[in-house]
Write a protein that binds this ligand. Structure first.
Ligand code: PLP
Length: 354
């Protein structure tokens, strides 16, 4: 661990906190007093700085704007009933960040910058962690290329930053999902397993088309046959079929390895379900639905934790779910929330105290 004096800290004179009401605060709209910023130059990371949250000055030729070397993470911090601050599984996000960095030909970030920087920043802005139920502090680490030069090549300079956003209950009504058969999010050999900014820009058109048809998100299918399901938006997806929980496997590198996905698999095992990580075809899902065995479908991700799905549509075939009478998804959500808010024991060492 680096000492605090390995990070240059300049504090705000006046906190903005008194101007913000932390109750029912919308997702991703307000930011705390400070941010972390560190530059990579000449093959090394410089000294991290924590400073007042402020706009960046960028050159119009900034490489990231043109050629898209940009990656990010999403993590949450919670306040326990006794007022202590805890972060959920940050080491898993740190590892995934470096997997994304490698895939995008960007420098990896040392643990002491990512984790200790995150700790120091949250420590400084800890009063911004909301304490109401279903509220948390969303942590957004990100990195982008900063060469000031037009030319398609890996940048020599990069910037890593962490910003923090207090957030209320995620807009989380049960979703209607459209099984996508025309557009693709990820292909084997592509960047689907990286949390790379371009993946989200590339998904927006298909999602907008599904919205025009009345759906909230698409469920992506494989690029070759549009036969096997992958994931939804920024969520991994689980199907409860009979007494099994089935989720697409990560093998082809076309699915983001969600930290919530992994946590939910642990919770499902605790509930006594058999977990299968494997390829799952739309045909199998429809057959299970026809046989009355497809009980629940839900999405998992840091922002919403668990998102119930009330309708899944493939071509003209519509599958509906009685979301008021689900058994598994609400149970998993509640168990996970108890661990996160410190009201149930953390048997897996997921919560990191700040
Ligand atoms: C972030 C993300 C997820 C969920 O990952 P978590 O670690 O659970 O937040 C799933 N799919 C995509 C495409 C994502 O970007």
């Amino acid at each position: 661990m680096i000492a605090a004096d390995d990070i240059n800290i300049s504090r705000v004179k006046n906190s903005k906190l008194k101007e913000v009401n932390l109750e029912n605060i919308p997702f991703g709209k307000y930011f705390t007093d400070h941010m972390l910023e560190v530059d990579y130059e000449n093959g090394e990371w410089k000294t991290p700085e924590i400073k007042p949250y402020q706009p960046l000055m960028i050159d119009p030729s900034l490489a990231a704007l043109h050629y898209g070397q940009a990656i990010f993470e999403g993590i949450k911090a919670y306040k326990s009933p006794s007022g202590e601050a805890f972060v959920f599984r940050p080491l898993d996000n740190f590892k995934r960040f470096n997997i994304s960095a490698e895939r995008m030909q960007m420098p990896t970030i040392p643990e002491h910058i990512f984790i200790d920087g995150l700790r120091a920043l949250i420590n400084l802005d800890r009063d911004w962690i909301p304490s109401q139920e279903d509220h948390s502090l969303y942590i957004r680490p990100f990195m982008f290329s900063t060469d000031e030069l037009i030319g398609v090549k890996p940048s020599e300079k990069y910037k890593f930053m962490i910003i923090l956003s207090p957030t209320g209950p995620y807009y989380n009504t049960p979703m209607r999902i459209y099984v996508e058969e025309q557009y693709v999010r990820a292909v084997p050999g592509g960047v689907g397993y990286a949390k790379a900014a371009g993946n989200y820009g590339a998904a927006m058109y298909a999602t907008a088309q599904a919205k025009l048809k009345g759906y909230d998100q698409v469920l992506w299918t494989d690029a070759y046959e549009h036969k096997y399901v992958q994931e939804c938006g920024t969520m991994n997806v689980f199907f409860i079929i009979g007494d099994k929980a089935i989720t697409p496997d990560l093998g082809a590198g076309t699915i983001l390895a969600g930290v919530t996905r992994d946590s939910v698999m642990t919770m499902l095992k605790e509930l006594g379900l058999t977990i299968e990580e494997r390829s799952l075809s739309v045909d199998e899902i429809i057959d299970a639905h026809k046989a009355g065995l497809l009980h629940e479908v839900f999405g998992t991700g840091t922002a919403a934790t668990i998102s119930m799905i009330k309708e899944l549509r493939y071509k003209d075939y519509v599958m509906e779910f009685d979301v008021d009478n689900l058994k598994i998804a609400p149970a998993v959500k509640s168990r996970l929330n108890h661990i996160r808010y410190g009201t149930a024991p953390d048997n897996y060492g997921w919560m990191v105290k700040i």
